[in-house]
Ligand binder design. Structure first.
Ligand SMILES: [Ca+2]
Ligand SMILES: [Ca+2]
Ligand SMILES: [Ca+2]
Ligand SMILES: [Ca+2]
Length: 380
């Protein structure tokens, strides 16, 4: 762990809220957090985002009506996330009813000029794709190193989309989250390999484009990118924290290569076990991740008040779900006490001494259950 550093040194974040110190490269946009953005398409800062409204504009030669792009240097292995709001890429000019109309949002990372060096995904609406349920779905296209595929995703005017890249294998993977960090988990798509090896400067581009009567409106609400400098630091804040555990647990059963810590091609409780024991060097039950499992952790989770509550799937690592199924119940307590770290102090300090004997654990567990039953009566 890197201690008090809030973010890794080369973590880049652009809030698009209009209060930053920088001006875009063409001088038109003041209030950006990062320098050197090239912005076209006459967007405005509104509601904490940079909003593109493109109904009446003519697109450029690529059909782009508005875009923001900048060079981002060489990050090695990295993750990047784009938050979108006010999103509408699914409307058409009903006057034209042109069967070739289409609307797109694109999020691209280019490592060079060729498509084999590009990660691109877009959200689209094509008026000539009748199989789509227009009211509830969008098409999403994914291009990883030149290999394309299409999926459908639920519509939503706010959406979070991301890219993970492993510079060691040149693997790239994209995901989307229709309702941000809470609610439904991220959906990860199949990963792909970029060819040849990416070199030099990388460019990020977020663009809204449309042709023949298509409409593509939306707001850029935040963009960030960070290198994978700490294994298991999935949110990029430079430390192993409870939000990283939550991201891991919410990725159970997904195909995320970033979360698959033990390279089993599957994200599951073995990866959680690896994160807790090998990366964070602590025990199950350490709800505040301070490196030990003691009474403070139990107080925290019982104060949170989710033990065997009636709300499905509401619990997290910090509120007592140590097994990763979204609930805090007796199975989590059993797991934590079987892991054997209760009141042993930091894990480093006990690795060279014998495991605690079973009666000691049983006594601690019995004490806990008594305390728990008293507390539940008190709460009721
Ligand atoms: Ca973290
Ligand atoms: Ca795994
Ligand atoms: Ca603790
Ligand atoms: Ca649980």
């Amino acid at each position: 762990m890197t201690g008090a550093n809030a973010f890794a040194v080369d973590y880049l974040v652009e809030s698009f809220d209009g209060t930053g110190e920088n001006t875009s490269s063409n001088g038109s946009y003041i209030g950006l957090d990062l320098p050197d953005w090239s912005i076209q398409g006459d967007p405005t800062f509104a509601d904490g985002s940079l909003v593109f409204i493109n109904e009446t504009e003519e697109g450029d030669e690529f059909g782009r009506k508005g875009f923001a792009l900048r060079s981002v240097g060489d990050f090695g292995s990295f993750s990047t996330i784009l938050d979108l709001t006010h999103l509408d890429v699914g409307s058409f000019d009903s006057e034209t009813e042109n069967i070739n109309a289409n609307s797109s949002l694109f999020f691209l990372l280019r490592f060079g000029r060729g498509i084999e060096n590009t990660i691109a995904f877009g959200i689209h609406e094509y008026s000539n794709l009748p199989h789509l349920d227009d009211d509830i779905e969008w098409n999403m296209s994914i291009s990883l190193g030149g290999r394309q595929n299409f999926v459908t995703i639920p519509r939503g005017d706010q959406i979070q989309i991301g890219i993970d890249f492993d510079a060691n294998t040149n693997q790239a993977q994209v995901w989307y989250d229709q309702d941000g960090p809470q609610g439904e988990p991220r959906t990860y798509f199949r990963s792909g390999t970029l060819r040849p090896s990416p070199e030099g400067d990388m460019t990020v581009e977020m663009s809204f484009g449309a042709v023949d009567g298509g409409i593509a409106n939306g707001g850029l609400a935040a963009w960030s990118i960070w290198p994978h400098s700490v294994t298991g630091d999935f949110d990029g804040d430079g430390v192993l924290g409870v939000s990283d555990v939550d991201l891991l647990v919410r990725g159970f059963e997904s195909s995320s290569f970033l979360l698959d810590l033990n390279s089993s091609d599957h994200v599951d409780d073995d990866d959680l076990d690896y994160w807790i024991h090998e990366l964070a060097n602590t025990y199950f039950g350490d709800s505040n991740l301070d490196g030990e499992f003691n009474s403070a952790d139990l107080v925290n989770v019982f104060v949170a008040g989710e033990y065997e509550d009636a709300i499905a799937g509401n619990s997290t690592w910090a509120t007592g779900d140590w097994s990763g199924n979204g609930e805090f119940d007796s199975a989590d307590l059993v797991l934590a006490f079987q892991d054997g770290g209760y009141e042993l102090g930091p894990r480093e300090a006990v690795r060279s001494v014998p495991e605690p004997d079973a009666p000691g654990v049983a006594v601690a567990f019995g004490f806990l259950i008594g305390w728990l039953l008293r507390r539940r009566r008190f709460v009721a």
